[in-house]
Ligand binder design. Structure first.
Ligand code: FAD
Length: 336
């Protein structure tokens, strides 16, 4: 059991800055994230993009902002449970909460701050009836380790950068034995360079390209053995394959948090702007995951929300102690 003062669900910019603000009040934090690295959207979606509206930084790359926030939080020694989604919460008789991760890791604290952003990223799955039967038996939605596909036949589906880039990589590096790229349109959404490269590889017979077609069925005894493709002009085509990899992107969803008894409005958690508390005393929601009148999904607004939420958390944990605001210029940063 990991015990702390504040459990923060989400290591996006808002969760990370909240560690710093909590630390100034001598409150210790432990963060949980389903992703394997900290940084939320900044690390996962746009690490190399410059951000122009972080106060004091005319421009900063999203990835650099996360590095800086990690450095700023470091004196307060936050704990991390990464690569594990928080799936359940239980209130104890002593008013503390136990938050359990999908791998069974348990965390206990009197305060929970949900900084879950857009939620857990889940793959968009094609509407094939028996697809669940073949998950991890030939069907994957993310390519984690290219060598997993060594000398295998792979049917990749999709028309964006992911589908194009992985098709090129697995075929050009001669990792897969055969790559078949299936896309429902005749044009692609990916970068023009990648589209041109796929067309060139297809003309040279290195990739088999099937456009205006969709994978509509899967079959195989104990594992995937073949896919059924519906072609708009040619009708049904069957291809023997070891893997079917639909790369249709990731969609965020509030996930298990939606079932925790919190008041939800349009996929976000309703909060009181007094202190960003939710309808469950002791649970706060900050950053992109919350909603209130005039809400702006901006990093700087999330920083403000986390700052006010930890002040309120302090009063809940120490109802008899008075907290006097001290400037960092006066007090410095006294780490743990
Ligand atoms: C392309 C792009 C450009 C942007 N540009 C700007 C900009 O210029 N300026 C600006 O201010 N904002 C910008 N934004 C928005 C900004 O990125 C978000 O406002 C910010 O990331 C919100 O931070 P957060 O910490 O609330 O959540 P997030 O960054 O979304 O992080 C939330 C984290 O919570 C995790 N999580 C969710 N549910 C669970 C769970 N159940 N268990 C464990 N972990 C969970 C997620 O995995 C994620 O890592 C941009 C967004 C995008 C996509």
């Amino acid at each position: 059991m990991i015990e702390t003062d504040i459990i923060i669900i989400g290591t996006g910019p808002v969760g990370l800055f909240t560690v710093f603000e909590a630390g100034l009040l001598k409150l210790k934090c432990h963060l949980i994230d389903s992703l394997p690295q900290p940084g939320g959207q900044c690390s996962e979606i746009y690490p190399k993009k410059p951000i122009y509206d972080i106060p004091g930084f005319p421009t900063i790359l999203a990835g650099e902002l996360i590095d800086n926030l990690m450095e700023q939080a470091a004196p307060f020694k936050p704990g991390f449970t990464l690569g594990e989604a928080a799936v359940s919460i239980e209130k104890q008789a002593d008013n503390t909460f136990i938050v359990t991760g999908i791998k069974g890791t348990k965390h206990k604290a009197p305060i929970v701050m949900i900084a879950g952003g857009l939620g857990v990223f889940e793959p968009r799955k094609p509407p094939i009836e028996n697809i669940l039967d073949y998950e991890d038996k030939g069907v994957e939605y993310i390519i984690k380790e290219p060598d997993f596909y060594k000398d295998k036949t792979c049917v990749i589906a999709g028309g964006g950068d992911s589908a194009l880039d992985w098709s090129i990589f697995l075929a050009e590096q001669k990792i897969a034995k055969k790559v078949i790229l299936v896309h429902r349109n005749s044009s692609f959404r990916g970068h023009l360079d990648s589209v041109q490269k796929v067309i060139d590889l297809a003309q040279r017979g290195i990739i088999e390209l099937i456009t205006e077609a969709e994978v509509v069925g899967l079959s195989g005894k104990d594992a995937l053995e073949s896919v059924i493709i519906h072609h708009q002009k040619d009708g049904e085509i069957v291809k023997n394959t070891d893997h079917f990899i639909p790369l249709f992107g990731l969609k965020p969803s509030l996930g298990p948090i939606a079932d925790w008894g919190l008041e939800i409005e349009k996929g976000a958690i309703k909060v009181d702007t007094l202190d960003y508390s939710t309808n469950i005393p002791g649970i706060y929601a900050i950053g992109d995951v919350n909603t209130y009148q005039n809400k702006l999904k901006l990093i700087l607004c999330g920083f403000h929300e986390g700052t006010l939420a930890v002040q309120s958390a302090f009063s809940r944990i120490y109802p008899d102690k008075k907290n006097i605001l001290k400037y960092t210029t006066v007090n410095g940063v006294q780490g743990f």
